[in-house]
Design a protein around this ligand. Structure first.
Ligand code: NOJ
Ligand code: CA
Length: 578
């Protein structure tokens, strides 16, 4: 339960804020006015630093490891790298528990390494976006150490405390707590502190103007170094009703409704924009788009001066262990596209570090269909309106590891929920079965670079086991194969970059009720592209009601297409119509 609520709660949005370097263009042959922005035209590549490349044999990926792979990243054709947190942290939640916002986690290297990484990306024309984790800090942050030391400490109000003489605080749900209880009693001052995530991740009090100033100063510190943006972690939870009223019964099922998008959230974002984001040429990426399309617009519409880009979780949440319906999938993406057709901007993604692997969830990771389905999913993401986000390893078609023993997992949410199920007499077998498919650790196994020991990720013992399939699925092998998932990914990224219609073009869904094929057009300034994607392991046909015999086939994930509109299993085609 905790984990499924977590998945829902992971509706956290990426937001990209831009100041200058934005330009507008009005097309002469259509009435469309294109509000061009570099962050709309970018392809974002997400790197989980702990799992990307280990340079010193301690089993943990690090900044020098990323530096050593910059040419590889460049070869993908992506424009922006989003790094998961690399700040000082005791690593209860792999860096999402920050103990020092102005330093680099020891496991990852030094500030000099960071500066070299930033230079290395910029030298290659790639921008660097950092995760900003400020809904909560680590309990080992100096602020929290001070805060808990006495009720009168100047840092007391940096966090949310409830004095125990007032009785037990109204229940709040915690996503990672063994007891699901977000209030943790601290005997030192006879009070409870609030933590929506783990006990080691106390929530910061955004009502306190000093907290806001601290955060804005931290952002300026990184922006002054020259980074290109921020992804705001879990930010929709930052504002709270600090009178802490009791929630109605069963509110736990509505974590987002009661915990997200509360209070003065928009006020905090507008202040952040005014104080920081408007002053730099940065894009910012926030996690979560609220509960409705209207919430998302209220976060990102340009006139509001808050965030640039909604990172809505409806799409990524469609896949369940039991599968998903393509009709539902199409419906979700079409609904979001139409709601943002005229105003606002979306992120397009189907995976990240909080999800199991793309091809295992949305495609088919069997030996027969892994390659075509991974390529088909890349085609989908690169041909939709919005900014595409691709998570490292998905460009190789890396698959779920599906560990069967709890000892093999490292994720705090998996380990604490296991303990919860055990303590409450739940069904551990069912829990483990679910975990094999859904665990975040599936998406965090080390990057598979080559077919040597540990997939070339480390010469030591990896912090999380490498997927056993690394001898077959790895970068070196795929790089040599012109028909690999990797080389297809490069082609489809290039096709997107070469055609502005893929970024801004009008999206029209075709053959809406077809349960097997997702077909649509993208249209801009007299150019029309047709995309047809078979989401099944059988031959399927799209009834698109148009003659494509004269259309120009730009890309196909099979070497030989079938006749007419018939598509082979997981086939993806892109035509230019004429
Ligand atoms: C969302 C992040 O994406 C996730 O990895 C993390 O565990 C939580 N926020 C808490 O920071
Ligand atoms: Ca290392």
């Amino acid at each position: 339960m905790n984990r499924s609520i977590y998945k829902i709660a992971m509706v956290i949005a990426a937001v990209i804020l831009c100041s200058s370097y934005c330009y507008s263009q009005t097309s002469s042959d259509t009435k469309d006015s294109i509000d061009r922005k570099w962050w709309k035209e970018a392809v974002v590549y997400q790197i989980y630093p702990r799992s990307f490349m280990d340079s010193n044999g301690d089993g943990i990926g690090d900044l020098q490891g990323i530096i050593s792979k910059l040419d590889y990243i460049k070869s993908l054709g992506v424009d922006v790298v989003w790094l998961n947190p690399i700040y000082g942290s005791p690593n209860d939640d792999n860096g999402y528990d920050v103990s020092d916002y102005r330093s680099i986690m020891k496991d990852f290297g030094t500030m000099a390494d960071f500066d070299a990484l930033l230079k290395g990306t910029h030298d290659r024309g790639i921008k660097l976006v950092m995760d900003l984790v400020v809904n909560h800090s680590s309990d080992e942050h100096e602020w929290f150490k001070q805060s808990r030391s006495s009720r009168t400490n100047p840092y007391r109000n940096y966090y949310h405390w409830w004095n125990a003489e007032n009785g037990k605080p109204p229940h709040r749900y915690s996503l990672f707590d063994v007891n699901h209880d977000a209030w943790r009693y601290d005997s030192l001052t006879n009070a409870y502190y609030l933590h929506y995530f783990s006990r080691k991740q106390p929530d910061l009090n955004w009502e306190n103007p000093q907290v806001r100033k601290e955060v804005f100063d931290i952002m300026k510190f990184w922006a002054d170094k020259g980074i290109d943006g921020f992804r705001l972690d879990a930010f929709q939870y930052a504002a709270k009703d600090t009178t802490f009223p009791a929630f109605p019964p069963n509110f736990e099922k509505n974590f987002n409704l009661y915990y997200g998008m509360q209070g003065n959230l928009h006020g905090y974002l507008q202040e952040m924009y005014k104080e920081v984001l408007s002053k730099y040429n940065v894009m910012s990426v926030a996690e979560g788009a609220g509960n409705t399309v209207l919430d998302a617009h209220n976060l990102v519409d340009a006139n509001r001066k808050e965030l640039n880009m909604a990172y809505a979780f409806d799409g990524v949440s469609v896949a369940k262990p039991e599968g998903y319906s393509l009709l539902h999938f199409k419906d979700v993406f079409s609904k979001w596209d139409s709601a943002f057709a005229d105003k606002g901007w979306l992120s397009i993604f189907l995976s990240n570090h909080d999800q199991a692997r793309l091809v295992s969830r949305f495609g088919n990771d069997s030996p027969e269909f892994r390659e075509p389905s991974a390529k088909m999913l890349a085609t989908f993401i690169m041909t939709m309106r919005g900014t595409p986000y691709y998570y490292n390893g998905d460009e190789l078609g890396m698959t779920n590891a599906g560990f069967s023993k709890i000892e093999d997992y490292r994720d705090v949410s998996a380990l604490n929920e296991y303990q919860h199920v055990k303590n409450t007499g739940g069904d551990l077998n069912a829990f483990m079965k679910d975990l094999q498919f859904t665990s975040r650790d599936n998406g965090r196994t080390p990057f598979q670079w080559n077919n040597t020991l540990n997939g070339g990720f480390t010469t030591g013992t990896p912090w999380l086991q490498v997927n056993k399939n690394y001898k077959a699925i790895n970068e070196v092998t795929e790089n040599k194969d012109p028909n690999s998932v990797l080389n297809y990914f490069r082609k489809v990224v290039k096709l997107r970059k070469d055609n502005l219609a893929m970024v801004y073009g009008k999206y029209t869904l075709l053959d809406k009720d077809n349960p097997n094929v997702y077909a649509y057009t993208r249209e801009l300034q007299g150019k029309t592209f047709l995309i047809m994607l078979n989401f099944t392991s059988k031959v399927a046909t799209a009834n698109i009601g148009m003659d494509i015999s004269k259309a120009n086939l730009l890309l196909d994930n099979y070497t030989t297409p079938l006749n007419g509109n018939a598509l082979q299993p997981y086939e993806a085609v892109i035509y230019e119509l004429r």
